[in-house]
Design a protein around this ligand. Sequence first.
Ligand code: T4K
Length: 411
Amino acid sequence: MKPTDMRPQPESAVELAIFGHPPACAEAVHVGRPNIGDRQRFLTRLNDILDRRWLTNRGDYVIELEQRIAEMVGVRHCILVTNGTIGLELLIRALDLRGEVIVPAFTFVATAHALQWQEITPVFADIDPDTHCLDVRSVEAAITPRTTGIIGVHLWGQPCAVEELAALARRHKLKLMYDAAHAFGCTHEGRMIGGFGEAEVFSFHATKIVNTFEGGAIVTDNDALAEKLRLMQNFGFSGYDRVVYLGTNGKMSEVSAAMGLTNLESLDEIVELNRAHYQLYRQHLADLPGVSVFEYDERHRSNHQYIVTMVDDEAPLTRDELIAVLHAENVIARRYFYPGVHRMEPYRTKMPDAGQRLPHTEQVCRQVMILPTGPSLSAADVAAVCRIIRTALANAVAVRTRLAQTAQSTS
Ligand code: T4K
């Protein structure tokens, strides 16, 4: 990557790809590159699966991974599933949620889709702008006689206000569950995420801190709930030829579990590296006008899976202008979760005015910019990504003019 100069310069001297310089990265640098543990160990497990000819239906690797996760999280039950979305759908059904369920609109669309898929109405509550998780007062204001539950999302691995949500749910006799897709390996005041609410759901998608290619897990201390979930994820079978419940196919395969076991062995190392990248981003992006790095509450431990930055109105460039500059350099920064689930279909049509009750969601949707991290990036790469941002901001007028010209010539 190229050195840059912070003083405003003539356009042609500003070393950015939008001005015709070669991009900083020869190949695309993505948010969400999979973390891949020890390849040899995975291949050994893969050979074992092939030798044993046991490919799915709760084989040895699925059982082993379920035990390891339950132990690590400190809960009695872990049910591995096909992916996080199926995990949410199963849990919503097993908890018998109906009518309306309160969720944030600042989340991946799967949180709301898992409800709507079952004809349950997601009712969007606003977020706390500091944590990006549900604002408890907004949740309370959204409760109606049709409300049956609340789904909190521990966004970016930052825990929800778990005590306040539990108290609210108790007061109104609502079921409380968590979408913990981002929070595997994270804690709330020293207690592992996974043990809160009736149950929690992790995602082990390729882009997550631990991946099983595709996959997820439901974790709970509730024996009856776990038993129901096990039946539901396997067509309701309780033995050969014996179906005792309505179910679907939500099983994880052995190859996915083998990948999960392998990646779990590298979890601590990856979290350490992510934490180091996070600190570097904070150093390199310090003192920039209008650009800040999301601050985690030190009482909790995050897996630092996402580098979350905010570009506010003080910045001389908008978030989208900065993203255009980064994309030209082959740094594929993302706008998670733009434009907000309430502005995605079918919710946008069903509730066109939802945004009016979600001022913080709307603001954060405009400001969040996710930058790449993980083992595929070096410390020098992190510095280079930050240098692009600094250079763009230091030459904001020229950058804005150039982007406008490019947009005009391509329209
Ligand atoms: N709840 C929350 C809060 C979630 O964030 C998610 C998932 C869920 C529930 C549902 O869990 P799952 O059903 O997915 O288990 C990604 C993921 O697809 C999605 O799993 C994730 N959240 C979401 C935050 O991000 P996209 O739309 O960003 O794009 P995707 O999957 O194409 O990946 C992003 C980038 O990662 C790619 O541009 C390139 C890179 N990549 C991706 C894959 C799949 C790779 O380098 N290699 C790969 O194999 O959704």
